[in-house]
Design a protein around this ligand. Structure first.
Ligand SMILES: [Zn+2]
Length: 249
């Protein structure tokens, strides 16, 4: 028994995935393995056969996140018009989703990263925003579009395919005086601005209250966390990183 990080009750805790396990499924090869790119060891990567988990949440909270945010996201994201299979540089695509469940799904991953003690998620430290987001998740309250706005880029590989087989560690950055966090999963780089005053760029370019969100294509070559992964692998031996699903630590 210990404290559930979402409801704060003393409960038996589950093996909670920080990034939901269903997002790892496209990454596995036929041996149910994926590349965990760590930059360490002789190869710079190691095989992994399960997503990153930690004892974080009670069973009720796991089910709450799954039922309210993960399943709706999965259903909406599986639609053909959610994100094209191919995009070239600077292509844009606008999709329409359920505003509340779509936004809270991404906030739930950011929240889990913030409460995680796994080094992969060390960049995310939400401070006072952690408890605000915790309550939003419990109350199913996605807030106004200027609260924790969500901006997204479709990530394309060297074959102009939207690359759905990558999950990276989250990264933290400053943008116009705001703390922003970015992470790649489900074919896109998702950025969330976590600050107490409106981030105008994120509000204008990100998820709108109508549920519309516009994805601009961005090549993974141009994304810092993917450049780091490429350097980590090239330091040992050259591997075509488009071949296998990968998690970037
Ligand atoms: Zn709980």
């Amino acid at each position: 028994m210990t404290t559930c990080r979402l409801c704060l009750r003393h409960r038996k805790l589950c093996k909670s995935h920080i990034v939901p396990e269903f997002l790892y499924i496209p990454l596995y090869d036929s041996d149910r393995e994926l590349m965990a790119i760590t930059g360490r060891g002789s190869q710079g990567w190691k095989p992994l056969n399960k997503g990153i988990w930690e004892f974080l949440l009670c069973d009720d909270c796991e089910q709450h996140l799954n039922r309210e945010f993960e399943q709706p996201f999965q259903n909406q994201w599986a639609r053909d018009d959610a994100l094209p299979k191919r995009m070239t540089k600077d292509d844009v695509h606008t999709g329409t989703f359920d505003y509340a469940s779509f936004k809270l799904f991404h906030l739930s991953i950011l929240f889990r990263a913030s409460v995680s003690s796994n080094p992969m998620f060390r960049a995310v430290r939400l401070g006072l925003h952690e408890d605000r987001i915790r309550k939003m998740l419990l109350d199913k309250d996605a807030g106004h579009q200027w609260e924790y706005p969500l901006l997204a880029f479709a990530v394309t590989n060297s074959h102009n395919q939207v690359e759905r087989r990558v999950i990276t560690r989250p990264v933290a950055a400053r943008y116009d005086g705001h703390s922003v966090y970015g992470q790649i999963y489900a074919g896109a780089m998702w950025w969330i601005s976590a600050s107490s005053h409106p981030n105008v760029t994120f509000c204008q370019g990100g998820l709108r209250q109508s549920g519309e969100i516009t994805f601009r294509a961005e090549s993974w070559d141009a994304i810092g966390v993917m450049q780091d992964a490429s350097v980590a692998l090239n330091a040992s031996r050259r591997i075509d990183i488009s071949k296998r699903g990968k998690v970037v630590f």
